[in-house]
Each structure stands twice: as C-alpha cells, then as structure tokens.
Design a protein around this ligand. Structure first.
Ligand SMILES: C[S@@+](CC[C@H](N)C(=O)[O-])C[C@H]1O[C@@H](n2cnc3c(N)ncnc32)[C@H](O)[C@@H]1O
Length: 189
C-alpha cells in the first residue's frame, strides 16, 4: 500500500494514524525527524507542515533527496551532528526552536528482548533530552520505544515536561513487534 501511494515506507502510516488521533503537526510547523531514513515520515511531515513549514531529518544512512526537506547524514548521538542540525534550522527558518520533534530511531536489534529494550530506552532518552533543548513552549514530541520494564519510568519522566503523554500502539506495526510510540503534547519547560 505504501509503495502504491508513493510513500517510501509503511512507517508513513504509523505517523498518519498518530496525526489523526493526536494532531501532532500543523501547517507552518518546523519539524525535526530523528532516524528518518528512508523518508516515509519526512514525506508525511512535509505534507502536514505545508509550504510555510520546514522539515529537517537526521539519519546514519543516506536518503534519496526529498523536495523541501533538509537532510543531515550523521549519528544523532554525536554533538557534531546536532550542531549541524541546529545551524541548518537557524539558517533555514531564522529560528532556534522547533515545533515538533519526531524519533522513529531503532537500535541495532540483537534479538535479546532485554538488551533491545535497554538500547531503545537509551536512544529515546537522548531524543527526549534533545527535544527538551529544541522545542518551543507547547511543542510536541513523538518517539518510538521497544516496550519493557523501563517503559513506565519513561512515561513518568516525560509526563514531568509535557501536558499530555500517551502510549500509542499502531495498527501499522507488525503484530509481533514490541514497539510503541510515546506521544507527548504541550512541552512545558
Ligand atoms: C525504522 S527506521 C525509520 C523509518 C522512518 N521513520 C521512515 O518513515 O522512513 C529507523 C532509523 O533510525 C536510524 N538510526 C538509528 N540510530 C540512529 C542514530 N544514532 N543516529 C541517526 N539515525 C539513527 C537508522 O539508521 C534507521 O534508518
């Protein structure tokens, strides 16, 4: 279905469902997508933010260029990559803050449930901390995590900074997948 409808990945539908339920991105928004390859979420974000918005993506892997999207290849965990992103945001939008941070980043999968959960929690925690530096007051954050025993403490941590925090399990995820999206709205620093 994704290919037929010109989206680059089935992941596009996950973001569309989240958008339908929670209204994360609006026209004119500045959106950052962490772990964006091959670009399915970027396409959806681009459509939602419209011509007056701006969309930025980071990934370890190269992507096919997308109209109206600024892509930065690099490891999000490295300060040098984040600095390139901050510079691109200022140069493109004249702003230092963004409206929405998305993270669909996945760690390398070991097949061991606890290890994969721990790696995923580490990634999402870095994404959250970065989002807290970057978001405007009232901004939104969505991040994927593999479920496990640290999930509840993540929810508590995120709830201290956002007005609304919900777990969302997408119908577009494979049934066997332990992935869940944490949807956070209304950043209050
Ligand atoms: C599930 S894919 C993202 C799919 C994407 N949302 C889409 O719609 O096409 C996860 C991505 O996270 C990226 N990733 C994982 N760790 C990363 C890191 N430390 N820095 C940048 N990208 C990372 C991977 O390279 C991979 O492309």
């Amino acid at each position: 279905m994704a290919k037929k409808e010109h989206y680059r990945s089935r992941a596009s539908y996950k973001l569309m469902y989240i958008q339908e339920k929670y209204g994360i991105i609006k026209e004119g928004d500045v959106v950052v997508d962490l772990g964006c390859a091959p670009g399915g979420w970027l396409q959806v974000a681009r459509e939602l933010a419209g011509a007056s918005g701006s969309v930025f993506g980071i990934d370890l892997e190269e992507i096919e260029p997308l109209d109206g999207v600024v892509f930065i290849r690099g490891n999000f965990l490295r300060e040098e990559t984040r600095e390139r992103l901050r510079t691109a945001i200022v140069e493109t939008t004249g702003r230092e803050n963004v409206d929405v941070v998305l993270s669909d980043m996945s760690p390398n999968i070991s097949g061991n449930y606890s290890i994969d959960h721990a790696r995923s929690v580490d990634l999402v925690t870095h994404a959250f901390e970065f989002a807290c530096q970057l978001l405007v007051h009232g901004g939104n954050f969505v991040a994927k995590v593999f479920q496990g025993d640290m999930y509840e403490s993540l929810i508590r941590k995120f709830s201290a900074k956002f007005a609304l925090v919900k777990g969302y399990k997408s119908d577009a995820s494979r049934k066997s997948s332990s992935e869940i999206y944490i949807v956070c709205k209304g950043y209050c620093p």
